[in-house]
Design a protein around this ligand. Sequence first.
Ligand SMILES: Nc1nc2c(ncn2[C@@H]2O[C@H](COP(=O)(O)OP(=O)(O)OP(=O)(O)O)[C@@H](O)[C@H]2O)c(=O)[nH]1
Ligand SMILES: [Mg+2]
Length: 367
Amino acid sequence: MALLTKQIPRTLTALSRSSSFSGSGCLDHTVTRILEGLRNGQRASLAEAITLVETSHPKKKEQAKQLVSQVLHDARQRQYALGTKSFSFRLGLSGPPGAGKSTFIERFGKFLTSQGHKVAVLAVDPSSATTGGSLLGDKTRMPELTTDKNAYIRPSPSRGHLGGVTRSTNEAVVLCEAAGYDIVIVETVGVGQSEFSVADMVDMFTLLIPPGGGDELQGLKRGIMEMSDLIVVNKSDGDLVAAAHRMQYEYISALKYIRSRNKQWKAPVKRVSSVTGEGIEELWEILQKYRKTMENSGDFLSRRQTQQKSWMWTHLNENLMSVFMQTYGMKQILKERERQVMLGMISPGDAADSLLQEFLKTINQSK
Ligand SMILES: Nc1nc2c(ncn2[C@@H]2O[C@H](COP(=O)(O)OP(=O)(O)OP(=O)(O)O)[C@@H](O)[C@H]2O)c(=O)[nH]1
Ligand SMILES: [Mg+2]
């Protein structure tokens, strides 16, 4: 009992200590230093800041919270002054392996920096837990963008579960913006749930596909098409032009039966070549048109607000689970309930109810 009563308050105090939401107050000196670097657009500070939000070390987590809250505070000030004009453009990019995402980002990113933009590229890699992330290899596929001083490429965090990755990527996006990047591209391989998470953190979600047999279209998850604000058929060059045309028409007809996410915007299907650069400039025009349309209808802002809300839920879920798991004795009880559920001795619903009861009982006893 003594152990138990010690454990609970510690967990809860840690949470309450970290939940100040002022954005000012007494800042840790590391946070002050990074913040200064971010405000000056220093890449090293951005890298350090993102590493901080990816950490699971308690003290650094606390610093990360201070940093993010300060950065969001600054962003709010900019928004008061300039409205949605102060917002960067967050572009999600998903597509099957080998579709040409890296090649596309290299080409498109270089085009954007040549237009005076600052481009950040983040990756959500669902396989990173086992492979250690793929953007490392990707850097060699983005040789020019990697060395461009107006671009920042960040390999994906290697977390064990998507929830953590989503949360830290969300935070990485705002950190990039704080460092002056006005275009943030969040890339993911179209596997599992990762593209849904990405779609939930960007202003525009783009699906990039290679030309190929009709099988791809049938195999493609319908949900992804519903989420897409733009579909890009890549590799429309050389021998692949005819196939790219066919792919484009197939997608245009398929989209007729899919309800678009937005009343104002029907997802266009465009062909590009990331190798020759054909269609890249036109794509940028489409992105600008999209932004204007969304801003005028108020959807640009409301989509971000909804995303903020779901981001809060991600935090809450993670925090609750963390308190639950750290509560003295819960791990053992959890193991036991899992065993009973697997053997069919107790139903999953009853097991969950009993776990929650045990948890609340422990919390109450510790008061
Ligand atoms: N012809 C042609 N080939 C392309 C084009 N874009 C990419 N490729 C080629 O397609 C292959 C895969 O390109 P990547 O850019 O690595 O594709 P990816 O989608 O990033 O692949 P993963 O990271 O494995 O998911 C490479 O051999 C590229 O050279 C294009 O526009 N035209
Ligand atoms: Mg790639």
